[in-house]
Ligand binder design. Structure first.
Ligand code: FAD
Length: 292
């Protein structure tokens, strides 16, 4: 089925894009990699009057390393994250997560900003930016504002973005020394959306104990779930399997999985527990091998 006809705008700057969104309001849709939007258009689940194509905005494709963070432009493709070259090498978790997305065609076109704005509950990158304590930078008619990743996702396919705002970048803190990270997921076939994914970071102290841990899940509720109680339970413990298992035991209280055609809520909770323990173990192993 062809999409319902729409006008097409190709701004050269963020300001022009924001101006177009302001003009058309919620009758406009932003186009980035098109990997989620184009299917919605052709299924007529989205019927915008105008599509605002961000692909000509050079600023959005940059990755900038400054002080203790990298600022990843919203148009940076999953494939670039996966390759992890240049400044992106400072955050290997992004590469590990991007490699799990779809297939090479999807990763070549899909963008980090599109994935975050689309906010699919099963997508890897929203959970990863929550685990990384990243900040989403958005720009609208009133200028720029920053939203903590944990506040950005407000429901399934729903974010804190206003209709006249676009995601311009993601500010990712560079992990401290002696930090390891990992993402693990279960999906029906390689490249499918995760049934559940667990992203974990572990930072070790001078004595080898866990100085801090962070975990976020995809597929365990309508938004990415940060497991704050698990994280708190791990601080100061030795990075051993028993500690990870103890901490993950009560994680059911921090998630709100739903049953659907792919998995029951109970199975998602089970997966969440198993994948959290394994991702923490792997992250701790990487931390031991990390530069001091
Ligand atoms: C076969 C297939 C398999 C896939 N598998 C996975 C998977 O395993 N894991 C996964 O996470 N994803 C998967 N995807 C989705 C893929 O990651 C998409 O790239 C992503 O969801 C959307 O990114 P995009 O750049 O293509 O955005 P688009 O499709 O262009 O846009 C998606 C939505 O975000 C909005 N938007 C885009 N950019 C911005 C911006 N900068 N500011 C504000 N709003 C914006 C659009 O208006 C639209 O509503 C798959 C897609 C396909 C087709």
């Amino acid at each position: 089925m062809p999409a319902v006809p729409f006008d097409y705008v190709a701004p050269a700057t963020v300001e022009e894009a924001v101006e177009a969104l302001g003009r058309y309001g919620d009758r406009a849709k932003v186009l980035a990699g098109g990997q989620s939007l184009i299917p919605l258009l052709t299924l007529r689940l989205a019927r915008p009057d105008v599509v605002v194509d961000l692909n000509g905005i050079e600023e959005l494709g940059r990755v900038i390393h400054r002080d203790h963070e990298i600022a990843v432009g919203s148009l940076v493709r999953h494939r670039a994250l996966e390759r992890g070259e240049g400044a992106l090498a400072a955050c290997p978790l992004l590469a590990e997560a991007a490699a799990l997305i779809g297939n090479v065609r999807v990763r070549t076109l899909g963008t980090i900003g599109g994935s975050l704005a689309h906010a699919d509950p099963a997508a890897e990158l929203p959970a990863v930016v929550c685990a990384l304590d990243a900040t989403i930078v958005v720009r609208g008619p009133a200028g720029e504002r920053e939203v903590a990743a944990r506040d950005f996702f407000v429901g399934a396919l729903t974010t804190a973005l206003r209709p006249d705002e676009i995601v311009v970048a993601v500010r990712v803190p560079v992990p401290a020394p002696r930090t390891g990270a990992a993402i693990l997921e279960l999906s029906r076939r390689a490249g499918d959306f995760a049934i559940v994914a667990a992203a974990a970071l572990v930072r070790l102290g001078a004595g080898g104990e866990i100085a801090s841990a962070r975990v976020a899940l995809a597929g365990a509720g309508p938004t990415p779930a940060r497991l704050f109680a698990v994280e708190e339970a791990l601080a100061g413990r030795q990075p051993e399997a028993a500690a990870f298992r103890d901490a993950a035991r009560g994680l059911g209280r921090e998630i709100a999985p739903e049953s659907d055609a792919h998995a029951s809520a109970a199975y998602r909770t089970h997966l969440a527990r198993v994948l959290t323990v394994r991702a923490l173990e792997r992250a701790a192993g990487a931390a031991r091998g990390a530069r001091t």
